[in-house]
Design a protein around this ligand. Structure first.
Ligand SMILES: Nc1ncnc2c1ncn2[C@@H]1O[C@H](COP(=O)(O)OP(=O)(O)OP(=O)(O)O)[C@@H](O)[C@H]1O
Length: 307
């Protein structure tokens, strides 16, 4: 388990991480969200023992980071922001070097290198200097070094940054497949990544924790949660929709002409809206209940906090 209590990091007068407390348990895949400068990377650097906190305590598997960083780091895989690596090495040389540092030897090393190269799909790039690889492949090499020793804890700073949509999908699958009993923390700016990969979402801004619950809970906070969204095939008088029982508000989206009906108290509007459409013989080309918009919640939550 990771246990963080009252964690603070100050750079000069500036408080980058301000009194964070949380726990992460096996099986948790935490999406660490926040605007630029929120303190995500700084927190991750402290969790991995690369940066000393100004105040507070980090305990991992019941050991204190300030006393036992080396021991803890053996059980930890870290993909830093930007995935730094030795650019003049090839991925094969670099991963072999990391495997040695991680204490892998002989057949076990060869087997693990082979497996990880396939997992992150870099076999075709193994003999090119890392500095000549595309951003996406550099990121995969970074991911490979993080998982090479099959660590119990994975801390990945924007693991899908710079990847194309196919690669993003692969890396998300990889993270999900890895993490049955692991503790995973990933930082991301991509909100859908949190619903796609994570079972827990933490939002920080200005170094402070604003939210820590499931991605579903986060979606439920959106004003769009259970809103009914519909689009008419042709121009239609929609004034009656706003008067339906249970409708709190109605908006028409400018570009698409899509009508959104917001429910009172998150109630289910589908039956009344469907009946209204059917009774009047109106033609719609789409009608669905929204699950909540994460970008909307994220903006609301972080709007008032300094960057
Ligand atoms: N070594 C440092 N010295 C001074 N200030 C720093 C240092 N490292 C980070 N900061 C500042 O601390 C704040 C938090 O930075 P951090 O990199 O943790 O944010 P982040 O949430 O990871 O942002 P991003 O999403 O842009 O990567 C920023 O204002 C940053 O400028």
């Amino acid at each position: 388990m990771i246990s963080v209590k009252n964690l603070c990091k100050q750079f000069g007068d500036f408080m980058a991480v301000d009194n964070l407390s949380f726990e992460v348990r096996p099986g948790d895949i935490v999406g660490f969200l926040g605007p630029n400068g929120a303190g995500k990377s700084t927190t991750m650097k402290m969790l991995t023992g690369f940066l000393a906190p100004t105040r507070g305590e980090i305990r991992i598997f019941d050991q204190d980071m300030s006393q036992s960083a080396k021991h803890i780091q053996r059980q930890l895989g870290y993909l830093p922001e930007g995935a730094p690596a030795y650019g003049d090495m090839t991925p094969l040389q670099f991963l072999d070097f990391i495997a040695n540092v991680r204490g892998l030897r002989g057949q076990q090393k060869r087997q693990r290198l082979n497996d990880v190269v396939d997992m992150v799909e870099i076999r075709s790039m193994l003999d090119r200097p890392i500095e000549n690889l595309s951003k996406g492949f550099k990121r995969r090499v970074g991911l490979a070094q993080a998982i090479l020793h099959d660590p119990q804890i994975l801390i990945l700073d924007e693991p899908t940054d710079g990847l194309d949509p196919n690669q993003k999908h692969q890396v998300r699958e990889l993270i999900q497949n890895l993490s049955k009993d692991k503790l995973v923390i990933i930082s991301t700016h991509i909100l859908e990544e949190v619903t796609a990969v994570c079972n827990r979402a933490m939002i920080i801004a200005g170094g402070r924790m604003l939210f820590d619950a499931t991605p579903d809970d986060l979606q439920r906070r959106s004003r769009y949660y259970r809103a009914v969204s519909l689009h008419f095939t042709q121009m239609t008088d929609i004034s009656g929709l706003a008067e339906l029982p249970g409708v709190d508000d109605m908006e028409v989206e400018k570009n698409s002409g899509r009508v959104v009906l917001f429910p009172e108290h998150q109630q289910d509007l589908m039956p009344v809206v469907s009946a209204y459409i059917k009774d009047r013989g109106l033609q719609v080309d789409s009608l669905y209940q929204e699950q909540g918009r994460l970008d909307d919640v994220f903006r609301q939550m972080t709007a008032e906090v300094r960057e």
